[in-house]
Design a protein. Structure first.
Length: 153
C-alpha cells in the first residue's frame, strides 16, 4: 500500500485524537503456556480491513457484554510505540462496517494476573503474549516471566 506524501508529514507529530500505544508482543510455544484456569476470557472477532491500517473489533466478555470498536493504527513512531485511535461503535454501526473486505481473525484473550494477556486464535496455532506499558522506558526494561519463543516487532 502506498501512502500519500502528506501522511509522512502528519506522522511527525501524533495524529489529532490519537493516543500512544506502548506495547511488546512475543510468540509463545503452546506447550509452555501457563495455567489458564480461572483467568478472565474475552472472545475477540477482528476484521483487518484491506488496504488500510484499520481494524473492526467485536469483543464479548464472559458476562455477555459486547463492545464494538473501529481502530486506526498509524505505525510505529519509536521503539514499541505507535499512535492509535479507537472509535466505539453501536451494534448497527458495527454491522455496517462488517461488510468491508478484509481478513477475519477470531481469538480468545486471557488476562494474566501479573499483567498482559495471551491471545489464542481459534483456527490458528500462533499464540501471542502482549503487554502494554505507561512508558517506553518501562517497556524496554520488561522481561516476560514465562517462556516465550521470540519477540514480534
Amino acid at each position: 500500500m502506498t501512502l500519500p506524501p502528506r501522511y509522512n508529514q502528519l506522522m511527525s507529530q501524533p495524529p489529532k485524537y490519537s493516543l500512544p500505544e506502548i506495547e511488546r508482543r512475543w510468540l509463545v510455544d503452546k506447550s509452555q503456556l501457563p495455567d489458564l484456569t480461572g483467568l478472565l476470557i474475552t472472545h475477540i472477532l477482528d476484521l483487518y480491513i484491506d488496504n488500510t491500517r484499520m481494524r473492526l473489533r467485536k469483543m464479548t466478555a464472559e458476562d455477555g457484554t459486547i463492545t464494538y470498536k473501529l481502530c486506526k493504527k498509524y505505525g510505529n513512531t519509536g521503539v514499541y510505540s505507535e499512535p492509535i485511535t479507537n472509535i466505539y461503535l453501536t451494534k448497527e454501526e458495527y454491522e455496517t462496517f462488517q461488510h468491508l473486505i478484509g481478513r477475519w481473525v477470531e481469538k480468545n484473550r486471557y488476562r494474566l494476573p501479573q499483567g498482559g494477556s495471551l491471545d489464542i486464535p481459534v483456527d490458528e496455532n500462533q499464540i501471542v503474549f502482549e503487554i502494554e506499558f505507561a512508558s517506553v522506558e518501562e517497556a524496554i526494561r520488561y522481561e516476560p516471566d514465562f517462556p516465550v519463543l521470540k519477540e514480534i516487532l
